[in-house]
Design a protein around this ligand. Structure first.
Ligand SMILES: [Zn+2]
Length: 147
């Protein structure tokens, strides 16, 4: 049984972890992302180790188009994790975008996931091309598996 103080420490670290993973994504900094992703449940259980590889590829797609940072827009998932909060991250130069969710469970981050249908409160103007985190989510890709 955890005492109250330990519980509070864990919930603080969960919030910090989400913040720092989002920050790494905004900076397109894969080394920083890796450094903190290892604290997620996904990584600990080796369920989605491929996420780091796909994240590096996605970051590079933004960087190749001249982006140096991504701007987050808070949204709510309308489909895959209905009601869950996520971010539409928009490249500062290309205006290409990526939809990400941080899957929380009380006091820990389970994982980072691509969202099929993220809705923001206000429409984001001037969006360009969607960057898919996973090739299997990209319509028209040979490995596409519909969400
Ligand atoms: Zn979703």
């Amino acid at each position: 049984m955890l005492n109250k103080e330990e519980n509070e420490l864990m919930s603080i670290s969960m919030i910090e972890l989400e913040k720092v993973l989002l920050e790494a994504t905004m900076r397109l900094d894969i080394e920083m992302f890796k450094e903190f992703y290892i604290y997620t449940e996904d990584y600990k259980q080796s369920k989605r180790l491929f996420l780091l590889k796909d994240m590096a590829i996605a970051f590079n797609k933004f960087i190749e188009q001249g982006d140096t940072s991504l701007k987050p827009n808070l949204g709510i998932c309308n489909r895959c994790n209905k009601g869950c909060y996520g971010h539409i991250l928009v490249g500062n130069n290309s205006k290409n975008y990526m939809n990400l969710l941080f899957e929380n469970d009380v006091d820990k981050i389970i994982g980072v996931a691509e969202c099929a249908d993220l809705k923001t409160a206000n429409k984001i103007e001037g969006l360009n091309k969607r960057i898919y985190l996973h090739e299997y989510n990209e319509p028209g890709s040979p490995n596409n598996v519909p969400f």
